[in-house]
Design a protein around this ligand. Structure first.
Ligand code: UTP
Length: 280
């Protein structure tokens, strides 16, 4: 299976940090956001990855590319640990790139990968969201194997936040597995059918491409992937209970960085001590 990582958006909610660098390259603790996303695809057994980029996104390609000068300098200085780290990034996966020419929304970004994906089911992982610990995509692939229909990750969100997400409704046919009857992009609070939100991870059948082409611009005048998915005849949702971080705004970026920093035994205690100073 191949994976598509849409990463072409402007990231306006994180300006000015994103003025000259992609939000997908913002570090979450010690790695760029998109590094975690690529690692998740790899954990799911997917190593053929297409990243959808756009203007001002060159640093994503540079990051996963070989850096001869840096490697040479580290080698000469005997910094073997750093050299190993740098080489590991280049060897991570077989990554190729396509540009989304006009930023017409997530559906349009996925459509840009059509030629590379071909006539096979494929995974989509949003380039600005990180799921922690186990591979959400790996679980989706397993569920997809069973039903052979498009399968998307969902998660419960607070009722007062439903207007920030694509929301589903449907019936639970197995533990944490829903047969979806309706999807709606960013409903108004009080109008949402449930509080089950689309979590930014999908395994889609290739007929999605025709559905995207049939989809008119919707919310925010963008071609919404959610609207195209609602046109598919059968879609399943998998309730994911792990942590999901959306690096789309300041609080998402900051809390994710703190969360990952707390996993690092070297700095954890110092960070906690520092945070305690705000409680006095
Ligand atoms: P978002 O809607 O959160 O990203 O898309 P954005 O448009 O960059 O955000 P704001 O509203 O300006 O702050 C989720 C993911 O889909 C990609 C984004 O790069 C992000 O990783 N995306 C979005 C595209 O690749 N193309 C698009 O046209 C829109």
């Amino acid at each position: 299976m191949k994976a598509v990582i849409p990463a072409a958006g402007l990231g306006t909610r994180l300006l000015p940090a994103t003025k000259a660098q992609p939000k997908e390259m913002l570090p979450v603790y010690d790695k760029p956001t998109i590094h975690y996303v690529v690692e998740e695809a790899l954990k799911a057994g997917i190593d053929d990855i297409m990243i959808v980029t756009g203007r001002n996104k060159r640093s994503i390609e540079d990051y996963f590319d070989k850096s001869h000068e840096l490697e040479y300098t580290l080698q000469k200085a005997g910094k073997d640990r750093d050299l190993k780290k740098v080489r590991k990034i280049t060897d991570l996966a077989d990554i190729c790139y396509v540009r989304q020419k006009d930023l017409k929304g997530l559906g349009d970004a996925v459509l840009a990968a059509e030629r590379h994906v071909g006539d096979e089911p494929f995974a989509v992982l949003l380039g600005d969201s990180i799921v922690k610990c186990n591979s959400c995509t790996g679980h989706l692939v397993d569920v997809f194997e069973k039903y052979q229909k498009s399968t998307i990750a969902i998660r419960e969100v607070p009722n007062e936040q439903v207007n920030k997400y694509g929301i589903i409704s449907g019936s639970e046919i197995d533990d944490d597995i829903y047969k979806i009857s309706k999807l709606v992009e960013k409903p108004e609070i009080g109008q949402a059918p449930t509080n089950l939100a689309i979590a930014g991870r999908y395994v889609l059948t290739p007929d999605i491409f025709d559905k995207i082409k049939e989809t008119e611009a919707g919310f925010n005048d963008e071609v919404q992937l959610t609207d195209a998915i609602s046109k598919l005849d059968e879609v399943y949702g998998v309730n994911y209970h792990g942590k999901v971080f959306n690096i789309e705004n300041r609080i998402g970026w900051l809390t994710s960085s703190i969360d990952f920093a707390l996993d690092d035994d070297e700095f954890k205690d110092d960070l906690i001590e520092y945070m305690k100073t705000f409680m006095d």
